[in-house]
Ligand binder design. Structure first.
Ligand SMILES: [Zn+2]
Ligand SMILES: [Zn+2]
Length: 226
């Protein structure tokens, strides 16, 4: 499978960060995988505010850009179970260890293993190697009902859901979402989806949600989304 593919696609395009003012579209070899990994052809990848921050804050390399991605499995390691070639997947980029001080306090993004882990070479590539731990813990099947574009919102939505769950909301509280860009709109839906304003008996039953933005089209989008 892979040999054939290499004949057809000897190289792939990937966006590689060399420094904040030297980000190149490069030809790279398609990654090779071992028997516990996956090779995924990327459908698309969202551009996160954190990608832009790395550039504007002039982060020193290595910097891996792009992590809000969906793709199709084109090669599946022999020892991988639960996945097969042709399936559409969402792959998150970091895997926490689950046992360190930070993980035990659910501050996964502070975990050293979380920070060290990533997809290869980056989300803005035609193909990515999904390492073993990512296959086990952060690769999800994309449901038929979601487009690839919608699937690319799973990672930012997960951040919003986590933020809502970690906020000690009580009935009678009000939530104000400042800024209704893509993440603000996701946050609004996360608060509502977790119960506010709908199910008065739910954990956030009587919480009021407000969205604030200067742009009328964003306010309209917020209304359209409920
Ligand atoms: Zn992000
Ligand atoms: Zn940890």
């Amino acid at each position: 499978m892979h040999d054939k593919m290499e004949e057809r696609f000897p190289t792939m395009k990937a966006i590689i960060y060399h420094s904040h003012d030297d980000i190149r579209l490069e030809n790279r070899s398609i990654p090779t995988i071992n028997e516990t990994e996956l090779l995924v052809r990327v459908h698309g990848c969202g551009l996160c505010g954190s990608d832009i921050l790395k550039i504007t804050q002039q982060a020193p390399p290595p910097v891996i850009l792009g992590h809000e991605l969906t793709g199709t499995i084109v090669e599946c390691g022999k020892a991988v179970s639960g996945f097969e070639v042709g399936q559409r997947v969402i792959v998150a980029h970091h895997v926490p260890c689950g046992t360190c001080h930070y993980c035990r306090h659910q501050n996964y993004s502070m975990c050293a293993a979380f920070k060290a882990s990533n997809i290869d070479p980056c989300g803005f590539a035609e193909y990515i190697r999904v390492p073993t731990e990512h296959v086990r813990h952060t690769t999800l099947l994309l449901p038929e009902t979601l487009s690839a574009e919608e699937g690319s919102f799973v990672e930012p939505l997960a951040c919003c859901v986590r933020a809502v769950r970690r906020t000690p909301l009580l009935p009678g509280d009000s939530v104000v979402v400042m800024g209704l860009g893509s993440v603000g709109l996701l946050m609004l839906q996360a608060v509502k989806g977790l119960g506010a304003g709908r199910d008065k008996s739910g954990p956030y039953g009587a919480v009021q949600v407000y969205g604030v933005d200067l742009l009328p089209e964003r306010l309209q989008l917020a209304r359209d989304l409920g």
